[in-house]
Design a protein around this ligand. Structure first.
Ligand SMILES: NC(=O)C1=CN([C@@H]2O[C@H](COP(=O)(O)OP(=O)(O)OC[C@H]3O[C@@H](n4cnc5c(N)ncnc54)[C@H](OP(=O)(O)O)[C@@H]3O)[C@@H](O)[C@H]2O)[C@@H](O)CC1
Ligand SMILES: [K+]
Length: 479
């Protein structure tokens, strides 16, 4: 898969770094990193000459990167001041910055001149903060002095070196305090904190600088469009509707008819050959009005169960389990998921539902989504799609895919029902639960983004945009 974004652990990065360092002259990697960082700052500021840059510098190589990049910027005419937050700092970096005309101090930089543009922002002296406090060698959280320095510079745009300082690099957790970046410039590969929330939310736009590391496959990754395109089922030239897969929906009830309709509208995205609906007659009539192609009970290759099923959730899950096919289990049916043990299943909880499944508080899931998604996947021996800004798809063996498509407008009632339907269609089309869940989440997010071009959206808009998104992938050449 060409474009997949891999996120490696600190241990993997360290091993690759050691292997490469043994083959190249000392300092090479830091120079590569520093130049990449400097050019990212130039991009961010749309120039270097006359720009005012403050470097926050910790005791390690992360600070070294910042200092060398500062030297590059100073040589290109930027005014650069480094604020050393520790008694020790990278000696070569300090010398390079001084040699290029930058200032280095142990106290808060004041800036060379007062603002002339009349700006009244909280810190008008600098155009950007370069956060070189800690990178992959840091412990989560920040020392008091570092936290105080970030406070003093609050309001100034921030470019983080490798990671926003203070986040937990391998888990994506964010024990306070930590930096919040507009841009994070990272080296060699993405780290888990760049993909997984809440840390990903603190990283801003992530830019990767290639420094030549040779890395093994990662457990955490994010699919890109071409990866999803390669996974989608394509109709064989002599396909007929049954060979393309039939997806069955058992969702919605007299109390929640919309859930049935929206699950069907996701399933009817065109990626399976046929959609069946089994459930309440009134819901069936409603479904039929809007989707005349949907038929009733019969053989299926995958079931979507649970959304809006209310009291009927256990019964519908048992009925679906009578067929030996993969399932998507959502909402009310998640309470009975033990019944599906050993089956190919995708569970699609949001944070609150996952908390109930694991016997913890919702906020614990929100603070540590990667940990809890993995725990649930292992405990239930199922693929778990934890819905959120960056949905996680966890497999029982510890692999995780992070979904990066979507828009805040997707936080709308019924969107989860549509998602379950799409995943069901992909399961019926023959994808594994892991692939179906991750491709489904990607399509769902991309459809929401497409639909939201015209403004706020409702769940039905997402469903209607699905065929167009899938069509774009089918027609674009794999890359
Ligand atoms: N890997 C690669 O390929 C390449 C890596 N490169 C760069 O090296 C970086 C890693 O450098 P690193 O190993 O020196 O560790 P780093 O992150 O600077 O910090 C460690 C020091 O910070 C301190 N400290 C710790 N926790 C803290 C906290 N919470 N709050 C405050 N301070 C804290 C602690 O120091 P202490 O004061 O406790 O002795 C510790 O020793 C990496 O992120 C990348 O930028 C590139 O140059 C080239 C290619
Ligand atoms: K940093």
């Amino acid at each position: 898969m060409g474009g997949v974004i891999q996120a490696h652990t600190v241990e993997q990065v360290r091993a690759a770094e050691a292997e490469l360092m043994a083959r190249v002259p000392a300092g090479t990697l830091m120079q590569r990193a520093a130049y990449g960082l400097a050019y990212a700052v130039v991009d961010f500021l749309a120039g270097a000459y006359g720009r005012r840059v403050v470097l926050l510098v910790g005791s390690g190589d992360n600070g070294g990167d910042a200092l060398y990049a500062g030297a590059v910027l100073a040589r290109r005419g930027a005014y650069v001041e480094a604020w050393l937050l520790s008694d020790s700092a990278h000696k070569g970096g300090v010398a390079a910055l001084r040699g290029a005309g930058g200032r280095v101090r142990r106290t808060e930089p004041t800036g060379r001149r007062a603002p002339t543009d009349g700006s009244t922002g909280s810190n008008p002296r600098f155009d950007v903060v370069v956060d070189g406090i800690v990178g992959i060698g840091g412990r989560p959280g920040l020392r008091e002095e570092a936290a105080a320095a970030l406070d003093r510079l609050a309001g100034v745009p921030l470019v983080a070196v490798d990671t926003p300082s203070g986040v937990d690099v391998d888990t994506g957790e964010t024990p306070e305090p930590h930096a919040v970046a507009d841009v994070t410039v990272t080296f060699g590969t993405h780290k888990v904190a760049h993909l997984v929330d809440p840390a990903a939310g603190a990283a801003g736009v992530v830019q990767l600088v290639d420094i030549g590391l040779d890395l093994p496959p990662a457990d955490v990754e994010a699919l890109q469009a071409e990866d999803v395109a390669a996974l989608l089922p394509r109709p064989h030239p002599d396909a007929q509707k049954y060979t393309r897969g039939v997806v069955g929906v058992r969702a919605g009830s007299a109390t929640y008819p919309g859930a049935g309709l929206l699950s069907v509208s996701g399933a009817a995205c065109g990626l399976a050959g046929m959609v069946r609906y089994v459930g309440d007659q009134d819901v069936h009539d409603l479904v039929h009005e809007q989707h005349p192609e949907v038929v009733g009970a019969g053989r299926v290759q995958a079931w979507v169960v649970g959304s809006g099923s209310a009291d009927g959730a256990e019964g519908t899950l048992r009925e679906a389990l009578a067929d030996d096919v993969p399932l998507v289990v959502d909402a009310d049916a998640l309470a009975y998921v033990d019944l599906a043990h050993g089956r190919p299943v995708v569970l699609t909880p949001h944070a609150g539902e996952l908390a109930t499944m694991l016997g913890c508080e919702r906020v614990e899931v929100e603070d540590r989504p990667l940990h809890h998604a993995r725990t649930a996947a292992e405990r239930y021996d199922a693929v778990v799609l934890l819905k959120g800004r960056r949905s996680l798809v966890a497999a029982p063996d510890g692999r995780v895919r992070v979904n990066r498509t979507g828009t805040p407008w997707l936080a709308t009632a019924g969107a989860g029902d549509v998602l379950g339907g799409v995943i069901g269609a992909l399961l019926a089309g023959g994808l594994t639960p892991y692939d179906a869940a991750s491709a489904g989440a990607w399509l769902h997010g991309a459809a929401a983004t497409l639909a939201a071009q015209d403004g706020p959206i409702v769940a039905g808009d997402v469903a209607r945009a699905l065929p167009a998104v899938a069509g774009t992938l089918h027609t674009s050449p794999p890359g």
